[in-house]
Design a binder for this molecule. Structure first.
Ligand SMILES: Cc1ncc(COP(=O)(O)O)c(C=O)c1O
Length: 440
């Protein structure tokens, strides 16, 4: 076994979204990865059932991406993109414009999902202002929404623990109701039947504040981090109609759904609903180099160009926007998706995946099973007085049994790399069933 020394001090690195004190007692350390598997510090192979954090869609250490990054670092390590640019940045933007629905043709590069969200919110506010619609400043999110951890993202986000410690955040934000309805929709296959009418919450909010004050609404077409919530059938179309009626921009936060997760390039394509802005990150570079991209409709872009009163049309950007390493990784990632027809592979695997997910029905504490594309949500009943404890234990037990799973509270989220084989799907759910049987 290939053992690697463990650190002596677990306190200097303040770990993100982690129970730091608990982690130090029994650390889960990773030393290598390849394809579908991580190597743990004690030399075990651990199946990655979550594509890292929903990002390693093409699997780990894809040779095409590794080589592209190696070549790039030896050629051009960094170049600024304020007033200068690399040709490859334009090439990547053009490829992304092709990948997303027609009209969504302009790309602003960021370094993460959180930055993509902040960028999208700012572009929405900017759009209305430059057109002289200056009262449109309100931003609408949704309860249980996750839009990263910047102040913009937590303001429109709807996860209480991510918000309650951080003051008043952005003002002028309101939230629609979430769509999670176990009573009516538990054990749905694909999108749940009930709940399209919840989109009408936007009408209530628009009428409360007056539609002329609302700039944009942001939703995850399929919500991941709140515990995998599929949109009710018809919900997103209804939201689009209401936005059109009131002149509100619709932003889809596709940080986890873009780049193939549902079997199409975007959830917008999957649901056939075209938003005005799409935020992306993660699968754009297969997680190899941090990068995000905000895909913007041509009306918004043209308006910014036409109405600008100063040479710089948008006072926004990042030192690392279109970083050459990230661009190289993204171009190679898109090539890998194309060459291996990976989005189609997700669509082909998803019926088998659905059967495997729903085979867990009847196991102890399983109160809902949800699936779409190559995504699963497994909701466990919380222990009385200890919400989240059962989920946390499932994650630890899974790691011991050679599976990396993700939990939010008592909900297990699965989102494997697209290279997962049919046999590996059976192995994954077989192990998971054992874990659930052994979980108190
Ligand atoms: C929908 C959504 N938006 C934004 C983010 C934030 O992305 P990042 O962690 O790269 O800032 C995430 C991360 O999971 C996400 O799922």
């Amino acid at each position: 076994m290939n053992r690697v020394a463990t650190p002596n001090d677990f306190s200097s690195f303040w770990m993100p979204f982690t129970a730091n004190r608990d982690f130090a007692k029994d650390p889960r350390l990773i030393t290598a990865a390849n394809g579908m598997y991580y190597t743990s510090h004690d030399g075990r192979q651990v199946m990655d059932a979550t594509a890292g954090l929903w990002c390693v869609n093409a699997g780990h250490n894809d040779p095409l991406i590794v080589e592209a990054v190696q070549r790039q670092i030896a050629t051009l390590d960094y170049a600024p993109h304020f007033n200068f640019a690399t040709p490859q940045a334009f090439e990547l933007a053009a490829q992304l414009a092709n990948l997303f629905p027609t009209g969504l043709d302009h790309v602003f590069f960021t370094n993460s999902g959180s930055e993509s969200v902040d960028t999208a919110l700012k572009i929405a506010l900017h759009y209305h202002r430059v057109r002289g619609d200056v009262a449109r400043t309100r931003l609408i999110g949704r309860e249980r929404g996750y839009h990263g951890t910047g102040f913009g993202g937590i303001s429109v986000g709807g996860i209480v623990n991510n918000r309650k410690h951080f003051g008043t955040m952005l003002t002028g934000v309101d939230h629609m109701r979430h769509t999670h309805d176990l009573a009516r929709n538990a054990f749905s296959r694909g999108c749940p039947e009930h709940g399209a009418e919840l989109a009408d919450d936007l009408i209530r909010i628009a009428e409360l504040h007056d539609p002329s004050t609302i700039a944009a609404v942001i939703v995850e077409p399929m919500a991941g981090s709140t515990g995998v919530l599929m949109p009710p059938v018809g919900y997103l179309k209804r939201l689009r109609e209401i936005c059109d009626r009131y002149g509100i921009l619709l932003i889809f936060d596709e940080v986890i759904t873009a780049y193939g997760r549902l079997g199409t390039a975007s959830a917008a394509e999957y649901f056939n609903v075209k938003p005005d802005i799409i935020t992306t990150a993660k699968g754009l570079t297969n997680g190899v180099i941090p990068m995000g991209a905000v895909i913007v409709d041509e009306t918004i872009y043209k308006s910014a160009m036409e109405h600008a009163t100063v040479p710089i049309e948008l006072f926004h950007g990042y030192t690392y926007s279109a970083h050459p390493m990230a661009v190289a990784a993204a171009l190679a990632t898109l090539k890998s998706y194309r060459q291996n027809d990976m989005f189609a592979r997700v669509a082909t695997l998803s019926p088998l995946w659905e059967e495997a997910v729903h085979s867990l029905k009847g196991l102890p504490n399983v109160i809902d099973l949800r699936n779409l594309g190559l995504v699963a949500g497994i909701e466990l009943s919380p222990r009385p007085g200890a919400p989240g404890a059962r989920g946390a234990e499932a994650m630890k037990l899974a790691w011991e049994k050679g599976l990396m799973i993700r939990v939010t509270g008592d909900i297990i989220a699965l989102s494997p790399p697209f290279i997962i084989t049919e046999d590996e799907i059976h192995t994954l759910f077989g192990k998971l069933a054992d874990i659930l049987r052994n979980l108190a």
